[in-house]
Design a protein around this ligand. Structure first.
Ligand SMILES: Nc1nc2c(ncn2[C@@H]2O[C@H](COP(=O)(O)OP(=O)(O)O)[C@@H](O)[C@H]2O)c(=O)[nH]1
Ligand SMILES: [Mg+2]
Ligand SMILES: [Zn+2]
Length: 308
């Protein structure tokens, strides 16, 4: 009888590869948990068995400690291929929105990183938007940034131009993530943690890339952390330097790139076209006609090269 009393449902809010912090769904203090037994269903083959947003059943052992008994089926998950671990790493689970964070400078604008994030979000079936932070900076190349941001809008992604530093656009962001579980992704230094601080100053998250350099090689710095608010959840992902997509078949890639997707199967060589130079390729025609941005096409080729 006592046993059922101590079993609860909880949300993963952070974790390494074997110790996790859970928040009981019915509220109350967090629990530090390990997994009972060796493996969890739904988690085999991953670098990390659980990620923020996962819902688990746990046993409260008292003193703020517990044991994870089982994980619920995920509605969706966002992962990348962890090259060091040679396994897919779950960045977040049960997500409503992927915020692909970028900056016009410091670090330099890298739209191809954003393309990878967007493709992974499409593959996972999760809504995504482009969040251009540091919009207070006025670099010489803002024109280049704007040209690509406009293209993201053209192909159907919402784009938010914000500054965590000046507060520009933060109210729009607040409105877009209200009531949702959102994940912030982007290369190191674009301001993911700063954006969360700007939304919720009391959190005082560590910011700056120096820490990440210092912590290089430390597993915990490469794993996600969820922040809980009255009006939703936000997941921060520290230390993302590379974004190698995972779980996409080569032939499926064009379906994960929005403006390419309608052309799937329409080339002369049908589904076997690699869109890399074949005659009668609708994708190449669309690039020539300006319907697919050359940079996005370059992203396509590079991602495709990395897919198994
Ligand atoms: N000028 C400017 N700097 C920012 C802005 N947001 C963040 N930064 C700075 O960029 C650096 C990296 O920010 P951080 O939040 O740690 O980036 P993260 O690695 O993506 O989490 C820090 O030095 C921040 O102070 C912004 O909107 N404008
Ligand atoms: Mg950070
Ligand atoms: Zn083709």
């Amino acid at each position: 009888m006592n046993e059922t009393k101590h079993t609860l449902k909880a949300r993963i809010i952070r974790g390494s590869r074997n110790v996790f912090t859970l928040r009981p769904l019915e509220g109350g203090g967090p629990l530090e948990c390990r997994i009972k037994g060796k493996v969890l269903r739904n988690s085999e083959g991953f670098y990390n068995p659980l990620a923020p947003g996962d819902i688990v059943h746990a046993e409260d052992c008292g003193g703020g400690r517990g044991l994870i008994l089982a994980a619920e089926e995920r509605r969706n998950l966002l992962a990348r291929f962890n090259q060091k671990g040679q396994k897919p790493q779950i960045l977040g689970a049960n997500l409503d929105l992927v915020l692909c964070v970028t900056s016009p400078a410091s670090p330099p604008f890298r739209p191809r990183f954003t393309d990878r994030l967007l493709a992974q979000a499409e593959a996972a079936g999760i809504a995504a938007l482009v969040l251009c932070n540091k919009y207070d900076l006025c670099p010489r190349d803002l024109a280049e940034t704007e040209e690509r941001l406009a293209d993201y809008e053209r192909i159907g992604y919402p784009v938010l131009r914000v500054s965590a530093q000046s507060g520009l656009g933060m109210e729009n962001l607040r409105a877009d993530i209200a009531g949702k579980t959102a994940i912030l992704l982007g290369q190191s230094g674009v301001g993911k943690s700063s954006v969360i601080n700007a939304l919720h100053p009391h959190l005082e998250l560590r910011t700056g890339v120096l820490n990440e350099k210092y912590d290089r090689g430390n597993h915990t710095t490469t794993l996600s952390v969820m922040y809980e608010f009255d009006d939703g959840f936000v997941i921060d992902t520290p230390g993302l330097r590379r974004m190698v997509p995972w779980g996409i078949e080569k032939e499926e890639l064009i379906s994960c790139m929005r403006e390419f997707a309608p052309l799937a199967g329409r080339c002369t060589y049908g589904a076997s076209c690699s869109h890399a130079g074949e005659a009668g390729c609708r994708v190449l025609e669309a690039v020539s006609a300006g319907l697919i941005h050359r940079d996005r096409y370059e992203s396509y080729l590079r991602i495709r090269d990395e897919l198994a």
